[in-house]
Ligand binder design. Structure first.
Ligand code: F6P
Ligand code: MN
Length: 345
């Protein structure tokens, strides 16, 4: 990037922490350069020749739009200029082995929230950076805790880069006049308690009992065991939900459900859940499947799905409790605990 950019200064300072950091900083810089182009492209809407129509399906069966493919191509072009050992994208079936001397592996979701592309809502790019292991086959089989850096960019009213290099979460916003990302928030902290939750409630009939119980608790608000009222949001774009949670707390759930193909939810572990989990934990929140910490999981295959529940620690812990102790479900739904029940005054 050119000119006086705070992201550039930040990456320069981070690079001084060691040789691996130099490689990670170069990859982040390349993704930031790509993000400027993707922001330009998504911002054009129908003025662009790029079609918002579906052009096919990606390896996981999702509708793939022209913009998904273009965003993927932009990222490949920018990352192609630096030495990375392996590259993986939501838009490609297999891991690409690149430079045998590369020290890092990069996984990306080039354009998250694709279903929002044609309706002028926020979409984004998610990325995860790992060190290159001895065997290329293991690049993206490492646990989430092995990530050296993770981040996402939102293309909405503002184009912002949310970044962690393992020392808290910082936010940079694109200064459109100069084309540079400038630091706007340092050390983001997710409040312990959530006042908002986000879930695709159209799937309620397919949810398991713990998720249904938790959402019922949220909906019952002050009249139920949660003992306070919640607001609800569903943007349908993981990056936008994550940005909201980092800004004002809250909870996001894409749980497993009983629909065919949704036994492990909808989101992908390597390039969606792992990077989001690192960011959320670095900001003091939690990320879980309901049973397990997301960062402790290792993928067996590149496009593996995983249930993702993330956000304010108090509520994520409550959901884990409901998953791990079925007796709690019975007591949470018992009328005795309702506002005018036997044990409440
Ligand atoms: O990448 C998957 C994704 O677009 C996420 O950004 C979003 O949270 C989810 O899918 C939306 O899923 P649904 O189609 O159930 O609303
Ligand atoms: Mn996505």
């Amino acid at each position: 990037m050119t000119g006086q950019c705070s992201l550039e200064d930040y990456l320069q300072r981070y690079s001084e922490t060691g040789p691996l950091a130099v490689a990670v900083a170069a990859a982040i810089d390349a993704i930031a350069v790509a993000a400027v182009d993707i922001a330009e492209l998504t911002g054009k809407g129908l003025l662009s020749e790029t079609s918002t129509l579906a052009t096919g399906r990606n390896s996981d069966g999702d509708l793939q739009r022209d913009l998904d493919v273009r965003a993927d191509a932009i990222i490949r072009r920018c990352l192609g200029k630096i030495p990375i050992a392996a590259f993986a994208s939501e838009e490609a079936r297999d891991v690409e082995i690149r430079d045998p001397h590369g020290r890092i592996c990069v996984a990306v979701d080039p354009l998250d929230g694709s279903s929002n592309i044609d309706i002028n809502m926020t979409v984004g790019t998610i990325f995860s950076i790992l060190s290159a292991p001895d065997h290329f086959a293991d690049c993206f089989r490492q646990p989430g805790t092995a990530q050296l850096a993770a981040g996402f960019v939102t293309y909405g009213p503002q184009t912002s880069l949310v970044l962690t290099v393992g020392d808290g979460v910082d936010v940079f916003t694109l200064d459109r006049a100069s084309g540079c990302f400038r630091l706007v928030r340092r050390g983001m902290l997710i409040p312990m308690h959530a006042d908002e939750f986000a879930i695709n409630a159209s799937n309620r009939r397919h949810w398991d009992a713990p998720v249904r119980t938790f959402i019922d608790e949220c909906l019952t608000g002050i009249d139920g065991p949660a003992n306070h009222d919640f607001n609800m949001r569903w943007i349908g774009s993981l990056v936008a939900e994550a940005f909201r949670i980092l800004t004002r707390g809250g909870l996001f759930l894409y749980p497993s459900d009983a629909r065919p193909g949704y036994g492990d939810g909808r989101l992908r572990l390597v390039y969606e859940a792992h990077p989001m989990a690192l960011i959320v934990e670095q900001a003091g929140g939690l990320a879980s499947t309901g049973y397990q910490r997301i960062l402790d999981l290792s993928a067996l295959s590149l496009h593996q799905r995983v249930p993702l529940i993330m956000g304010s620690a108090h509520e994520v812990r409550r959901i884990e409790e409901l998953h791990c102790d079925p007796l709690l479900i019975a007591s949470a739904t018992a009328p005795l605990f309702a506002r005018r029940g036997f044990f409440r005054v």
